[in-house]
Design a protein around this ligand. Structure first.
Ligand code: AQP
Length: 332
């Protein structure tokens, strides 16, 4: 039987990159795999990036991330949804994995190289991040991992760690594979500055719970095809992030219409953005309404997380017992 695992960092408001790239797949796979699908707010990962971590807001961001996942339709009574730091077995497996993972492999990770460049003094947790991610997945012997394309390199390393552990200590772990939404491989930030990412700040993101008028203000000034200087110039949708967003939010007729009309200068960028906003409103309004409903019950999220941590530990403990024995720790 397959098991699904994925994690999301409480480093800021969940955005449409997280939603289309990963979270929507959580719901789909959750319906298919039920309690064999585990989703986790990875707060231990979040503290590895000093730019995105503030102890004064970590708990609130963790709570909000859980709430957002429930608002998109993930049902905590159908799946296992929990917070990483509530299941200490993640630390233990992480430590064992760090002892079989060469530093060179970790230094080679693109995400590490991108992030490490921001710091004069690099936290070692940032380097160890992929070993902890491998521990997150393999602690549940998960083989299916719904993530954005940006996580593929980490998944490759997870498979390598599983192979290494199995080789040294005997067959224990599966070699997990990532699952992508082909329409949402790597969603660009609304500032036009690379991949949309929470830790890049609000200028990069369109939050799924962000007020619609604030979203419009961002779309209104978002860059489009730089070669289209005047309204009468034909544009190229293939280099326009607004067109990328249309592919996520608009129906096929609208996508084809803006594609055609942009190329012939039949539609201006402002009208194209207004059409996009219609799709955004239609998609996000029910999610935002559900989030508001959830906020009226002060216990819902915390009760769900308490239950989720218990369910996750029930799977994790026997795996850790097996690992301890295979590694050769003294048993009392
Ligand atoms: N832009 C994206 N397009 C497609 N998928 C994405 N994911 C993240 N951004 C995009 C996927 O969302 C899941 C959660 O990943 P995360 O918590 O690491 O998200 P993040 O927004 O990238 O958070 P960071 O690390 O705080 O931001 P940056 O990138 O600024 O450092 C994952 O499955 C991820 O693939």
């Amino acid at each position: 039987m397959s098991r699904v695992f994925s994690g999301i960092q409480p480093t800021g408001e969940p955005h449409i990159g997280n939603y289309f790239g990963a979270m929507r797949n959580y719901v789909r796979l959750g319906e298919q795999f039920g309690k064999n699908s585990l989703y986790c707010v990875v707060d231990l990962h979040a503290i590895t990036n000093p730019n995105a971590f503030d102890p004064a807001t970590l708990a609130e961001k963790t709570y909000e991330m859980a709430l957002a996942n429930f608002a998109i339709g993930l049902d905590p009574s159908q799946v296992i949804f929990f917070v990483q730091s509530h299941v200490p077995e993640h630390h233990e497996l992480n430590w064992i994995f760090t002892s079989i993972t060469p530093v060179g492999e970790l230094e080679r990770m693109t995400q590490y190289k991108d992030k490490a460049g921001q710091f004069e003094s690099i936290p070692s947790g940032l380097l160890m991040y992929p070993a902890l991610m491998a521990a997150d997945i393999l602690l549940y012997k998960a083989d299916t991992v719904p993530v954005g394309e940006d996580q593929d390199q980490h998944l490759e390393l997870t498979r390598e760690i599983a192979r290494k552990f199995n080789h040294h200590f005997g067959q224990t772990f599966p070699e997990p594979k990532s699952v992508h939404d082909p329409n949402a491989l790597r969603i660009p930030g609304v500032d036009g500055n690379g991949k949309m990412g929470k830790s890049k700040g609000q200028g990069s993101t369109i939050g799924i719970l962000e007020p619609l008028d604030a979203i419009w203000q961002k779309l209104r000034v978002a860059p489009t095809d730089p070669a289209r200087v005047r309204r009468t110039d034909p544009g190229n949708p293939d280099v326009c992030l607004i067109f990328d967003y249309h592919k996520l939010f608009s129906d096929l007729d609208t996508i084809q219409l803006v594609d055609r009309e942009c190329r012939t200068a039949g539609i201006g960028c402002v009208d194209c953005k207004k059409k996009l906003m219609e799709g955004v409103t239609e998609h996000l309004t029910p999610i935002q309404q559900r989030a508001e409903e959830l906020r009226t019950d002060p216990d819902y999220v915390k009760d769900a997380l308490r239950q989720g941590a218990q369910e996750a530990r029930a799977i994790a403990r026997p795996v850790i017992e097996e690992v301890r024995e295979k590694v050769g720790f003294l048993k009392l």
